[in-house]
Design a protein around this ligand. Structure first.
Ligand SMILES: Cc1cc2nc3c(=O)[nH]c(=O)nc-3n(C[C@H](O)[C@H](O)[C@H](O)COP(=O)(O)OP(=O)(O)OC[C@H]3O[C@@H](n4cnc5c(N)ncnc54)[C@H](O)[C@@H]3O)c2cc1C
Length: 431
């Protein structure tokens, strides 16, 4: 038997959960089915502190799709983890909350010709999402000073600064000042340049699975049941799984479909292409004993520096930061440091330690037509009816931030558009 729902959302990550919750709670109260491949994810060990990191990266973890890349620039395969279960990758991520630059969102709006994606609207969405706790320790007030006007209170995502700050945090700021990088009192107000501290969504040490109430969760369809969407199907499987699902369903580059013997439903050449990610590399210093007293696994805020430069140049800037007098006095040795200061040596060190920040995006990119894009600015799959994609895969550019905030924003904007299009703001609009 086929059961019917007004809306079916595939994928319970941040974008999918926001859409499900906003639709289900709209005045028209449509029926909403949220399909998630993983489990409900309620185990406390998956939601708190460091236990989670062990659980999610363990071999065979039910929380992780455990993808690896193909061999990269030096032949190395890179961990390409994706969260599996309610909350998606937010259930396995590191809880850093960084919203990025207003300019990136204004550029997104320009690219797709829709002001919904501009900073003005994004800022309004963020204020709906946030429940901001301004708990900067007294000793750091001079350097970290968020303004209440830039943040929301009463949203579903609790944001706060970490309770305990590393003793060396002060050195980080001092060193940044010494090498002229500048201090930013709030990296989350749309102007992220400079050294500052981002917030985290792990208020009081516990993270919350959001928007659980009021939506159907945990239904598996791999064993055969079918569910009917009276209004729409919305794919929110994330930047790896959304294009995969579309391709398996026959939407994608014709040649690719043919290669795998998948019957073509729609030739959409850009599906699965344009993958973007924030790669990172490491170089560090070991400082003398006694100059940092914090044990390695203790939770503490990580200072964030955003310096808008290509790989070699930004690595050079980081090396300059570590050579500030404050660090030089305490440095015992360098770790993962380039052989010398030439571009070649820096690139070699950079590319040997290459990792992913797990910020994959862009694989079902948003734009104007089927030659250059897969969805329009209302998240509709170009050339299909009643099918949308709304998650990180639609980003036409990867904003310069940690991406969970963007995934929530996408959910908010998509939900507002769907609610408006179907008149769900009126009671009884959906019968
Ligand atoms: C290890 C790690 C650390 C990270 N750290 C941070 C951080 O500290 N700060 C930050 O801002 N961002 C971080 N990120 C990135 C951030 O979590 C993601 O950008 C964000 O979660 C993406 O949201 P999404 O809704 O697009 O997809 P996802 O969160 O990936 O959710 C997709 C969901 O869809 C489900 N799904 C997929 N296919 C199907 C299917 N066929 N049927 C049913 N369900 C399906 C998946 O199981 C998953 O639950 C991290 C990511 C990872 C993996």
């Amino acid at each position: 038997m086929t059961e019917g729902f007004d809306f079916i959302i595939v994928g319970g990550g941040p974008s999918g959960c926001v859409i499900a919750a906003r639709l289900a709670k709209s005045p028209a109260r449509p029926s909403v089915l949220l399909l998630e491949a993983g489990g409900p994810n309620e185990d406390a060990a998956h939601l708190t502190g460091t236990e989670r990191y062990e659980a999610e990266f363990r071999e065979g973890s039910p929380l992780n799709w455990a993808y690896m890349t193909e061999p990269q620039v030096r032949g190395q395969k890179i961990d390409y983890s994706r969260g599996k279960g309610l909350g998606g990758s937010t259930a396995i991520n590191f809880c850093g909350w960084v919203v990025g630059s207003s300019e990136d969102y204004d550029e997104w709006a320009r690219l797709v010709g829709d002001d919904s994606f501009g900073w003005k609207n994004v800022r309004r969405c963020l204020q709906r999402i946030e429940n901001f706790h301004d708990d900067v320790p007294v000793g750091f007030r001079e350097r970290i000073a968020p303004s209440s006007e830039d943040h929301g209170v009463g949203g579903a995502v609790d944001l706060s600064y970490q309770k305990e700050w590393l003793p060396t945090t002060d050195d980080v700021f001092r060193a940044a000042e010494e090498v002229g990088l500048g201090i930013n009192p709030d990296v989350n107000n749309g102007s992220p340049i400079g050294m500052g501290i981002g917030t985290a969504c792990i208020y009081k040490g516990t993270r919350k699975i959001i928007f659980k109430q009021g939506v159907a969760v945990g239904v598996k369809v791999t064993s055969g049941p079918r569910f009917r969407a009276r209004k729409e199907v919305i794919i929110s499987g994330g930047a790896i799984n959304s294009p995969q699902l579309l391709l398996l369903s026959g939407l994608g580059p014709e040649q690719e479909l043919r290669k795998h013997g998948i019957p073509r439903v729609l030739d959409l050449p850009q599906i699965g292409r344009n993958l973007q990610d924030h790669c990172f590399s490491t170089a560090g210093i070991v400082i003398e004993k006694g100059s940092a007293t914090t044990p390695p696994l203790q939770q503490s805020p990580s200072p964030m520096g955003w310096f808008q430069l290509p790989a070699v140049l930004s690595m050079r800037d980081m090396l300059r930061f570590f050579q500030a007098p404050t660090w030089k006095r305490k440095t015992v040795r360098h770790a993962s440091w380039p052989q010398d200061s030439s571009d070649k040596a820096i690139w070699e060190a950079f590319s040997s330690n290459l990792r992913s920040s797990w910020h994959m995006a862009g694989t079902v990119t948003m734009g104007h037509n089927a030659q250059e894009a897969c969805v329009d600015s209302s998240f509709n799959v170009i050339g299909m009816q009643n099918l949308r994609v709304a998650d990180m895969s639609v980003c036409p550019l990867l904003p310069n931030n940690h991406t969970q905030s963007t995934a929530y924003i996408i959910g908010e904007i998509a939900a507002e558009k769907i609610v408006a299009e179907h008149g769900l703001n009126q009671v009884r609009a959906v019968l």
